[in-house]
Ligand binder design. Sequence first.
Ligand SMILES: [Fe+2]
Ligand SMILES: [Fe+2]
Length: 280
Amino acid sequence: MGKMEHKDGGTAIPVRRMDFVFDESIPTWWFDGDVVKTLVMAAQSCTFPEGERFFIRAVRAWQDGVKDPLLRQQIRGFIGQEAHHGNEHTALNAFMQGRGLPTGKVEAFVKRGLGLRDRMLSPERRLAMTCALEHFTAMLAEMLLEHPEFLKGMDERVFALWLWHAVEESEHKAVAFDVFKDQVDSEWIRRSQMVVTTLEFSLFSMLHFIRLYRASGEKLGTRGVLRRLAYFRPWLRRLRPRYLAYYRRDFHPDEVDSRALREAALKRLAQLLDRPTLAA
Ligand SMILES: [Fe+2]
Ligand SMILES: [Fe+2]
């Protein structure tokens, strides 16, 4: 099925300029006062700036071959949005670094790992890896838009960053996928890369979390940490059907219509940022 056959397709992808300030009054454990919950999210945040630059490179490599004017326009929106996400997450990561957490080391590790993939993987595989990770971000983003209570207890100033990012991940969820379909269109590469990327994503999410937690100075013990990590289990379980849908031959990211959720989230975000409105 083509992207225009889905309701959520043909979405405008506006680049919204943000300038989040993470000042001293924000607590170190900004997610519900909980070190574990905060560092799970911080670990993801550490992967974003370099991860999103990797996505941009992976899509740009195919940009010239794309002839469809709508998709070309969406690619520009995608690149603009991802570049801005990277900047804002860099600010959050720097804030955490200021609180004594080695976010810079995790970012440097991510950069090396992705540089390696630039050299080792084919352009087809790099684009498929981008599609796979964009599916992860879209699933998590739309879960957050549907159930903002997932981040209940998060400091509102940090929550605003995640909410903004979630809206935009939902808006551009199909761009890398459509470029892949247009330019590569190999089910074998798309699916096998999802298997590999799932394993890598799980492994590295865990490693980055452990690295940050060890430096936190908190002493919850393995069982204490596992007990708190259990918070995420039902949320991850909820994503299972959507994750598996990616392996269907006729899967398309726009098959989940999230327009109403994004609209509601943008209103909430405007309130949080004390702005009259945000471009939709
Ligand atoms: Fe992003
Ligand atoms: Fe994205």
